[in-house]
Design a protein around this ligand. Structure first.
Ligand SMILES: NC(=O)c1ccc[n+]([C@@H]2O[C@H](COP(=O)([O-])OP(=O)(O)OC[C@H]3O[C@@H](n4cnc5c(N)ncnc54)[C@H](OP(=O)(O)O)[C@@H]3O)[C@@H](O)[C@H]2O)c1
Length: 414
């Protein structure tokens, strides 16, 4: 069935229109990869990232496949070292994984992922399923800077999916592509909705994910077996609390905001909800849904039916023993700026201030998201998104204290 047109397509700048075109040479003419449903070899991008680490863990646990992973490191040894270091940091590493992990040295931003024509074709013939999770997650850079990695890289994954054997392709998109004037906050968004265009798409990063998502929809329309997964903010592990807290330069705005508030002793008053899904809910859903042919041609919304209100987080922090004075968001932002000015230029306060003063989704009004399709496809699997309640947020706060990201509660404070 042909795709419905993009709302407000008339407003799309010419350059973006070009980027939305999938190479006509990419066709699903090759036979379907044998054993795609019980693969011996899969390809994963972004294995060293936060979600990627948990996808590796999930692929190790739920499949018998060898995981070929894209790495920007210069040598196989450096690739292995980085992966092991990252997975250890996220507390998922097991030595047994090593025998089933094979680095593919390359770069999403390069044609054919930086591989020679023969290596690209060899990879295409070897792996039976593709997981495209890698992305330059950066809310500061503009679209032009992020496009080679986030858009062109996605195009190359679609090319790989169609080469030599047709391979199911599982793409991690983002719910943020709907956070714009194209989707009023009152209109529910179904999983078959076409993400509309608006110049209010919030950042170069969101725009790059919006284009990449459309490329994947174009691949679906062309007949390739593609599934799209759109999570909201990906938060820490639901059991261990392990979270993305700036290891390796990565930065999570919500976690940084909690840390900044505690360190300032000041809490910004906001009338917003925190719509977070635990990373293990995302990784287990993706790997489970990837085993079903029913997922092809679909998009899935990974959202939390029970988000936490900003005021609830304040109560929880206070109950945990932190002394926080509530102030207006404007005053709080000025306090962050003052603290940043008193510290070295690359301090966490400086980064926090930069992220808060560039487009972000902190205060965005989110439309309600329909999740019928994912619920139906996950039914019977036992995989459900846990509510973001005091118990779960408490696990995140404990982890932050355990690793020294948040200061311990001093006896004076408690
Ligand atoms: N985190 C969220 O809240 C959230 C929400 C919605 C959707 N998502 C999506 O979920 C996916 C994972 O996000 P994340 O938070 O786990 O990201 P992350 O921690 O920043 O990890 C990004 C990964 O992409 C890799 N990468 C970046 N540029 C690359 C390039 N040019 N070539 C090859 N690999 C490259 C990184 O590899 P290196 O080790 O080389 O840096 C890293 O493994 C992304 O697609 C993101 O858009 C995330």
């Amino acid at each position: 069935m042909p795709r419905r047109p993009i709302d407000n397509a008339i407003d799309i700048p010419a350059q973006l229109c070009d980027d939305l075109q999938l190479d006509p040479a990419i066709q699903p003419s090759a036979p379907l990869a044998e054993q795609w449903d019980d693969p011996t070899a899969v390809f994963l991008t972004g294995a060293t990232g936060f979600l990627g680490a948990y996808l590796v863990q999930e692929l190790m646990a739920r499949t018998g496949a060898t995981v070929y992973y894209l790495s920007r490191q210069a040598t196989p040894q450096e690739a292995t070292d980085r992966l092991v270091q990252q997975l250890r940091g996220y507390q998922v590493w097991q030595d047994e994984f090593l025998a089933r992990l094979v680095p593919v040295l390359g770069d999403l931003a390069q044609p054919r992922l930086g591989l020679s024509e023969s290596d690209f074709a060899e990879l295409a013939g070897r792996v039976q399923v593709l997981y495209h999770n890698g992305s330059w997650v950066n809310n500061v850079h503009d679209y032009a800077r992020l496009k080679p990695t986030n858009v062109n890289g996605t195009h190359e994954l679609v090319r790989l999916a169609a080469l030599r054997q047709t391979k199911p392709l599982h793409f991690i998109s983002s719910m943020a592509i709907f956070f714009s004037a194209a989707h009023p906050p009152t209109t529910p968004i179904g999983e078959d909705a076409v993400p509309g265009y608006s110049h209010t798409l919030r950042s170069g990063y969101t725009l790059s994910k919006w284009v990449a998502d459309h490329l994947m929809q174009a691949a679906q329309e062309r007949g390739l077996p593609v599934a799209i997964y759109r999570p909201v903010r990906v938060g820490g592990h639901s059991q261990t609390g392990v979270s993305k807290v700036g290891q390796d330069g990565s930065f999570d705005l919500l976690n940084a905001l909690i840390k900044g508030s505690v360190e300032l002793g000041l809490y910004p008053e906001l009338d917003v909800e925190i719509p977070l899904v635990p990373v293990d809910y995302v990784s287990s859903s993706v790997v489970h849904l990837a085993s079903q042919q029913n997922s092809w041609g679909k998009a899935f919304h990974l959202v939390n039916r029970r988000p936490m209100h900003w005021a609830e987080l304040y109560d929880l922090l206070c109950r945990s023993g932190y002394r926080l004075e509530k102030i207006s968001y404007g005053e709080w932002l000025r306090a962050v700026k003052r603290r940043a000015a008193s510290l070295p230029p690359r301090s966490s306060f400086a980064v926090l201030h930069l992220l808060l003063t560039t487009p972000n989704n902190l205060q965005v009004q989110r439309p309600p998201f329909v999740t019928e399709q994912i619920e139906e496809c996950l039914s019977g699997s036992g995989i459900v998104c846990p509510p973001l309640d005091g118990a779960l947020m408490g696990r995140y706060l404990s982890y932050f204290q355990q690793i020294g990201y948040l200061p311990p509660i001093s006896p004076k404070q408690s």
